[in-house]
Write a protein that binds this ligand. Structure first.
Ligand SMILES: *Cc1c(COP(=O)(O)O)cnc(C)c1O
Length: 385
């Protein structure tokens, strides 16, 4: 059996190196390292793939979130609602911009931001909501957009984990994750569903004016060379990273399919195991999720473990050469940097529970049946004692 890895970047590279290497080589030969033609080409291709008017590439997914918030003109003291159960980048940029993060609880079923909790958290100071499409499926965007409209709020989608996923509206129409809110962001960190070979990120919007503002912000606030109209940052996607991404973008649907296939096999193996809750596809899509849809692109395959010692299971898996992850072990509202006297533990019941139950299994495009069988049998044997 091949060595099991949490992500297998090498295996994936081996399959595409004949195309990736010349694409990188071309950038080196042209010395078009910054804002070269590859960046523009990738931008156009991603716009087309997502069906969004504007993609603005930038240096990483954290910058993408920050720049999106700067572009919307959010001001110190504005309150921004986001999920308590996510990676810290989301709350970090809110705090960095001196906005006030307002963390709210998530759903047990899909780990995404809870609609009632958002409603409860709205005050006259609320200016934006940042849903995070966690582990590969969209938050309830239709409800979020309705709330936003009613309260005149911006919606910034953190789509670092769900690129390529689709959201289905009640009327059956679909939109790609990250293109539904006023602005969306993503990350091309190597282990993400569309990963480059270093850092990378992008911002999406259908709003022409906002796109223009953001294009200036990523480049030192310049709209005309050496004229700095607003305070900006230096956040660019390297041409070499764009050269990698442009080769991988046409493979994204295939890669996501490979992840879904692995997820299906995992879930099938755990059927009937009472102490394991397998991930649920909560987006109500018109297609048959059993046979394949793009509701969930499984950035992570995350189980909830009930009534058995999760940490002992982690140890057992590691001892059997099975890597796994706990995403996330600590709620953001309990992190030293983001504690706030206004928070009430009662409001974070689900997150407080999830941090004790979750375990993410190896998930990537190169998992084979033998590995999946070994992983699932090892877990089931542990549970059955
Ligand atoms: C990875 C990630 C980010 C940050 O992306 P970087 O490119 O690493 O800066 C932000 N939000 C979420 C939910 C992520 O998973």
């Amino acid at each position: 059996m091949k060595k099991i890895q949490m992500v297998d970047l090498k295996g994936q590279y081996n399959d595409i190196k004949d195309v990736i290497n010349p694409s990188i080589q071309e950038v080196i030969e042209n010395t078009s390292f910054i804002n070269g033609p590859k960046v523009h080409e990738f931008q156009k291709n991603l716009e087309q793939y997502l069906g969004v008017k504007h993609v603005i590439p930038c240096a990483n997914g954290t910058d993408a979130l920050q720049i999106a918030m700067m572009g919307l003109g959010l001001k110190p003291g504005d309150e921004v609602i986001t999920a308590d159960f996510t990676f810290a980048a989301t709350v970090e940029v809110i705090a960095l911009l001196q906005l006030t993060p307002v963390l709210v609880d998530v759903n047990e079923a899909d780990f995404n931001i809870n609609i009632e909790a958002i409603k409860k958290a709205i005050t006259p100071k609320t200016k934006a909501i940042v849903p995070v499409h966690l582990f590969g499926q969209c938050a309830n965007m239709e409800a979020i957009m309705e709330i936003a409209e009613a309260h005149n709020l911006f919606v910034i989608e953190d789509n670092a984990q769900a690129i390529g996923a689709s959201y289905t509206y009640k009327n059956g129409s679909k939109a790609k994750a990250g293109t539904i809110g006023h602005v969306g962001s993503t990350s091309f960190f190597p282990s993400k569903n569309l990963g480059c070979y270093g850092d990378g990120g992008a911002i999406f919007t259908n709003d022409d004016d906002l796109a223009h503002t953001i294009r200036g912000i990523v480049n030192h606030g310049m709209y005309e060379r050496y004229h700095h109209d607003v305070v900006g940052v230096n956040s660019r996607l390297d041409s070499i990273q764009a050269a990698v991404l442009d080769v991988k973008l046409p493979l994204l649907d295939h890669y996501n399919k490979e992840r879904q296939n692995a997820a299906k096999k995992y879930s099938k193996a755990f059927e009937g195991v009472e102490t394991i809750i397998t991930p649920e596809i909560s987006n109500d899509c018109s297609e048959d999720c059993e046979t394949g849809c793009d509701c969930h692109v499984f950035h992570q395959y995350t189980l909830r473990i009930k009534g058995i010692d999760r940490d002992a299971l982690v140890k057992h898996l590691n001892a059997n050469n099975i890597p796994c992850g706990v995403y996330y072990p600590i709620p953001l509202h309990s992190q030293k940097a983001y504690k706030d006297a206004r928070y009430n533990e009662e409001d974070f019941k689900v997150t407080n529970q999830l941090v004790k139950e979750v375990i993410s299994l190896p998930m990537h495009t190169e998992l084979d049946d033998e590995q999946i069988e070994y992983i699932t049998l090892t877990i089931i044997k542990f549970i059955n004692g």
